[in-house]
Design a protein around this ligand. Structure first.
Ligand SMILES: Nc1nc(=O)c2c([nH]1)NC[C@@H]1CN(c3ccc(C(=O)N[C@@H](CCC(=O)O)C(=O)O)cc3)C=[N+]21
Length: 297
């Protein structure tokens, strides 16, 4: 993987985190404000645990406070809501993330909507969803925000481009479509009932793959020179019994057509975490009523 059409999300995310750290340093020095992020993990899913550990490490590296609250997989709805209530009331915590998916006995949207919208660094609360929709300032979902940063960095102005978003989830597809629309793209949201998905994708200047199916988007669906953003994180078995990560795009087949493409791993994933940290700084500044420090480089 050395083509200059391949986006290095890992390197770009490191730059974003360096900017976040510079912002945090100034908040601490000038306002005595140390942003705090709390992550709530219910159950023992190993993939979730790795992700939670990475987040905690990067939060601390950026100079922020990192809290981790772990509950048993058998936790009740009331127990989870009580944790959220406690974090809502904690003035040292500016961002709250409840790791999804939650166990079946828990009502996911009830938990997400219990989070104080001003601490909702995932941007999943109905209030932030609504604010994003009508173009008010909002905490925006981290993965779509990361994708937009990559696209703007490499393509600049996106006006008039046709973006096809494959997938309509509340956490990626829908907010992604909204951000692209705000950036003046012509947006098509495709999903499992879409007719002639290959033909539709071939019309796209930008393809966002967010379906959660390994190598679903084929190489010959990609118009020559199009930008391909792969949001998929699928763990599939290898011959040796271990697992490896693949995206929602058949990378090897698509890389020859795409003008730009994100790999998995090392593409969108690291950007998601970087944007979570950036959202935590935004939330801390909002809570303290101070403008976000502008840092250069
Ligand atoms: N409330 C909530 N918010 C989330 O944002 C959220 C969530 N729940 N539940 C789980 C998913 C998954 N997710 C990932 C983010 C980054 C990587 C990431 O950095 N991946 C690395 C590789 C990691 C590896 O090698 O295992 C990469 O793509 O390069 C992965 C997965 C956020 N999620």
């Amino acid at each position: 993987m050395s083509g200059d059409n391949i986006i290095d999300g890992k390197a770009f995310a490191a730059e974003v985190r360096a900017r976040v750290k510079a912002q945090v340093d100034r908040l601490v020095a000038e306002h005595g404000l140390k942003p705090g992020l709390a992550v709530v993990l219910v159950g023992e899913d190993p993939a979730s645990q790795v992700y939670v550990r990475n987040k905690a490490k990067q939060t601390v590296e950026c100079g922020m406070r990192s809290d981790e609250i772990r509950l048993e997989a058998t936790a009740t709805q009331e127990e989870v809501l009580a944790v959220v209530d406690r974090l809502n009331a904690d003035p040292g915590i500016h961002g709250i993330l409840v790791q999804l998916p939650l166990p079946d006995q828990i009502d996911e949207s009830a938990v997400l909507d219990r989070i104080d919208p001003d601490k909702d660094v995932d941007g999943f609360h109905v209030v932030n969803t609504g604010r994003l929709q009508i173009g008010l300032p909002a905490l925006t979902p981290c993965t779509p925000r990361g994708c937009m940063m990559l696209l703007h960095d490499r393509l600049g102005d996106l006006s008039g481009k046709h973006a096809v978003v494959v997938g309509r989830s509340n956490i990626v597809g829908k907010p992604m479509a909204m951000l692209l629309l705000h950036a003046n793209c012509t947006v098509t949201i495709a999903h499992s009932r879409t007719k002639d998905l290959p033909g539709l994708c071939r019309q796209a200047d930008i393809v966002i793959a967010a379906v959660g199916r390994p190598k679903f988007v084929q190489g010959d669906w990609i118009k020559e020179g199009a930008a391909v953003i792969d949001v998929g994180i699928n763990r599939i078995p290898k011959e040796d019994g271990k697992t490896r990560l693949v995206g929602d795009v058949d990378f090897e087949a698509a890389v020859g057509h795409a003008g730009l493409i994100t790999p998995v791993p090392g593409g969108v994933g690291p950007m998601t975490i970087a944007c979570l940290l950036a959202n935590t700084v935004t939330a801390a500044c909002m809570a303290a009523g101070i403008p976000e420090p502008q840092v250069t480089a």
